[in-house]
Design a protein around this ligand. Structure first.
Ligand SMILES: Cc1cc2nc3c(=O)[nH]c(=O)nc-3n(C[C@H](O)[C@H](O)[C@H](O)COP(=O)(O)OP(=O)(O)OC[C@H]3O[C@@H](n4cnc5c(N)ncnc54)[C@H](O)[C@@H]3O)c2cc1C
Length: 779
């Protein structure tokens, strides 16, 4: 009797689930009604941010079943002969002409001849197509140029990077009218116009969609005729290139009280291009962002009248500004700050590694102390992963993607890791990093990194709100379909679409739950992996396991927390960390394959992947431990870590191997730091360091002979010079050894030198008022 009832019950459930019409009526439609009630309201600007951009490898990581063959098959970005020539010639020359010290301490800008060179050689038009007179470079080439410049002079890097990122050129290319494109793009490409883009208002920073700057549609006189135009009032700050721009991209909210453009009064955020000489436009004042001397400052205007066709794309694009900005954000965000961070970090790794070998304390190269090794290992491992991520992300842009989530990951993690690398470099350099001057190669990068953390989406916000928040909706195979179905006005279509998405989602979640558990209990030994290096195979398998676990965890979190997840920023941030770490690991593993599986680079790969997986594991644990429901948390831990957590920190042995790679010349060190500016001249601090490293290594044999002789009592204690003389006289070292020691000592002395200045820093000779005039805020 009981069995019959049970069979009947199962048959009834099966009938409901298998007959679409019954399933929709009895399950999907009631759930759709609940879903509509709990779905948090979404503003138009939020909707436009969600809709913007494309999903790429992030979608695979969200699927729980990443197709590794697809990742390996993505093309490796390559430079064309023209791009290569530009890097080896014009970019090399620009690096040679600029210096961090001169720009930031003496000129407070690029010197005029360097600015002219930047304009004449087309640095400001790298993303502008050739038919408009630009360079038409790939995203990868653009990234290589910015990376190289950042390794030499942050002001040059920023001045070149900004016009090639989100701003007038990018917006015109996608939305400009033909007339606007034909007028502005050739002028921007040859540097006849300096662009700036002004969005940020004192009251609207991170929440940029709430800008109060206002344009009112009205009639007015323009060049002797009555035209429809806008009276715009704005107050903007932090605008890069703002103080010297000739054309200002301006974002404001447009109102049309007289309905001159149509039926809508509050038209919405609008972007216009305003020639900076327009009467009423105020530019010229400067901020001083952490002593960086790139041009940055406020701009304002009050009731400035401008014709309506100054709107980018013309009047039909009025109110489309936020959509335009969101759609165009990904390309620039994928390139600019990831590239500068890699530039700073490559310089840090190359120069600090050399310094750590050359600088001796306690009669030993400091790079050989375990404490320093630990910092060097972090630097090398982080840089390997950063560089891999920079390249993979540029590859996405060159494939035509606008990777919104991936660009946020790259921006956040590369600037954060860049900060870690540069901080470690500063700790290793000690006083040498702290005293500013022409022979300090790290201080300016250290000052600059917080700027990268703050701009293009401040990092805390990006991690807490954007990466998982946007990823969960965009990259998840079913969530967006469910949301769209819930918003669909046609009832029958809504029911059909929701049913398909919901049951797809249920199958997806159950499958990932099972897979996460099975992969966990089997150590993912049987996860399928394409033909990759046997040394990295296990990493791919473990990533597959983490991807399944993450997909399941994300689904449970959305189910349990619903719209509340948006406010639970700490959980959202940790979920974003898991996704990000998987993306960074994917990039590192692909780089290893793309570079021909260089066995000598394995310690860098191993350290970086192990560290990122450890972080991903901790982020998962952080989510589970803080779950609002303990029972659900317990269940999640049981599914995801059935045998406990698999990762610990990268081993000391591995760290030693990484650090050793940084303190001696090698092909691995060259690959890791490729593409930076390396002056050969020993009068330049970096040229001197390179020479000093070789000399220090060359002299190590002789130094060892002297140390042994001292221990044996054959040489009495004395200063370095006297010891070398005595060792030569006693036949302990050869004349050649003596010469090697002398060169090493000479270069070491040059390398460890720091700058000093007159007691008043020369201010008594400066113009009245000194180099920095009174600050308006202080007044
Ligand atoms: C040197 C420099 C150059 C710039 N260049 C330009 C430019 O060319 N054009 C332009 O328009 N703008 C520019 N900006 C502005 C830049 O984009 C903003 O500074 C940035 O958007 C952050 O705004 P804010 O500084 O007002 O910080 P706030 O918005 O006040 O944020 C302060 C802190 O709160 C955090 N936060 C805010 N909201 C949340 C949230 N919901 N959850 C968690 N944390 C949150 C942020 O992450 C940040 O840590 C520049 C800024 C600087 C400093």
């Amino acid at each position: 009797m009981v069995w019959s009832l049970l069979i009947l019950l199962i048959a009834a459930i099966a009938a409901v689930l298998l007959i679409p019409a019954a399933r929709r009526a009895l399950v999907s439609e009631p759930l759709l009604a609940i879903y509509r009630r709990i779905l948090p309201p979404m503003s138009q600007t939020e909707q436009e941010a969600i809709d913007a951009g494309t999903v790429w490898w992030d979608g695979e990581l969200f699927s729980g079943r990443p197709d590794w063959a697809k990742l390996i098959a993505y093309p490796q970005p390559k430079l064309s002969p023209e791009e290569l020539g530009f890097l080896d010639n014009e970019t090399e020359q620009l690096c040679a002409m600029s210096s961090d010290w001169e720009t930031s301490h003496i000129h407070y800008d690029l010197p005029p001849n360097v600015w002219q060179f930047v304009k004449d050689q087309g640095f400001l038009g790298m993303i502008i197509p050739k038919n408009y007179g630009g360079k038409g470079f790939s995203a990868y080439a653009h990234s290589q140029v910015v990376t190289k410049l950042a390794s030499r002079c942050s002001v040059a890097a920023v001045h070149v990077m900004v016009p090639n990122s989100l701003g007038p050129a990018e917006l015109l290319l996608h939305y400009g009218t033909d007339e606007q494109k034909n007028h502005y793009l050739p002028r921007l490409a040859r540097g006849a116009e300096i662009p700036a883009f002004a969005l940020t208002n004192p009251h609207a920073g991170s929440d940029a969609a709430s800008i109060p700057d206002l344009g009112i549609v009205c009639k007015g006189e323009w060049e002797g005729r009555e035209v429809i135009g806008m009276r715009v009032t704005w107050d903007k700050r932090y605008i890069t290139l703002g103080p010297i721009c000739t054309v200002l991209g301006l974002a404001f909210r447009l109102h049309d009280p007289e309905r001159l453009l149509g039926d809508t009064e509050d038209i919405g955020i609008t972007c216009a291009l305003v020639p900076a000489h327009t009467p009423g436009v105020e530019i010229g004042r400067r901020h001083l962002p952490l002593n960086a001397a790139f041009q940055n400052g406020p701009t304002c205007g009050r009731d400035v009248f401008m014709p309506i066709d100054w709107i980018i794309g013309g009047p039909k694009m009025a109110g489309q500004g936020w959509r335009m900005l969101m759609e165009s954000l990904a390309a620039g965000r994928s390139i600019s700050l990831p590239s500068t961070s890699c530039g700073y970090s490559k310089l840090a790794v190359r120069a600090t590694g050399a310094y750590a070998r050359v600088r001796q304390q306690f009669k030993t190269s400091i790079g050989k102390f375990e404490g320093i090794e630990e910092a060097l290992a972090r630097m090398g491992g982080n840089l390997y992963m950063m560089e891999a991520t920079r390249i993979l992300t540029a590859c996405a842009v060159d494939m035509g993607e606008k990777p919104s989530v991936i660009s946020a990951i790259a921006k956040y993690h590369l600037t954060e890791r860049g900060r870690v690398v540069v901080n470690d470099a500063m700790d290793i350099l000690g006083g040498k990093g702290i005293c500013l001057g022409p022979s300090n190669f790290m201080g300016r990068a250290y000052q600059q990194l917080p700027v990268a953390i703050t701009v293009e989406g401040a990092n805390i916000l990006t991690r807490s709100l954007i990466i998982f928040g946007q990823g969960a909706i965009r990259c998840h195979p079913f969530v967006l379909a469910e949301i769209n179905a819930a918003r669909e006005p046609d009832r029958a279509k809504a029911s059909r679409d929701f049913d398909a998405a919901l049951f797809g989602h249920v199958r997806f979640a159950l499958s990932n739950c099972m897979r996460a558990f099975v992969l966990g209990i089997t150590g993912s030994q049987w996860a399928r992996v394409p033909d990759v290096s046997p040394r990295t195979r296990r990493h791919f398998q473990k990533l597959t396991r983490f991807s399944a676990a993450f997909a399941f965890l994300a689904d449970v979190s959305m189910l349990v927390l619903g719209g509340g997840l948006k406010r639970r920023e700490k959980l959202s941030a940790r979920l974003g960390d898991v996704l990000s770490c998987m993306y960074l690991c994917s990039a590192a593993l692909k780089r290893f394959e793309d570079q021909g599986r260089q066995q000598a680079d394995l310690p860098l790969l191993e350290w970086s992947v192990w560290d990122a997986m450890f972080r991903a594991q901790n982020a998962i644990e952080g989510v589970i431990s803080n779950y609002p429901s303990r029972l659900v948390g317990w269940f999640l831990r049981w599914v995801i870590f059935p045998l406990g957590r698999p990762y610990v920190v990268p081993s000391d042995r591995l760290g030693h191997a990484v650090a050793s790679l940084l303190i001696a010349p090698s092909a691995t060190r060259d690959r890791l730091t490729a593409g930076i500016y390396l002056p050969k001249d020993e009068s330049e601090v970096i040229g001197c360091l390179e020479a000093a490293l070789k000399a220090a290594l060359g002299a190590e044999g002789a130094e060892q002979k002297i140390r042994v002789a001292q221990k044996d009592g054959r040489l009495a204690p004395a200063g370095a010079e006297e010891l070398a003389e005595a060792a030569l006289a006693a036949g302990i070292i050869s004349a050649q050894d003596r010469a090697l020691l002398e060169r090493a000592t000479q270069l070491r002395n040059a390398v460890i030198r720091v700058d000093d200045f007159p007691q008043d820093f020369g201010l008594s000779k400066a113009l009245p008022g000194g180099p920095v005039a009174e600050s308006r805020a202080a007044a």
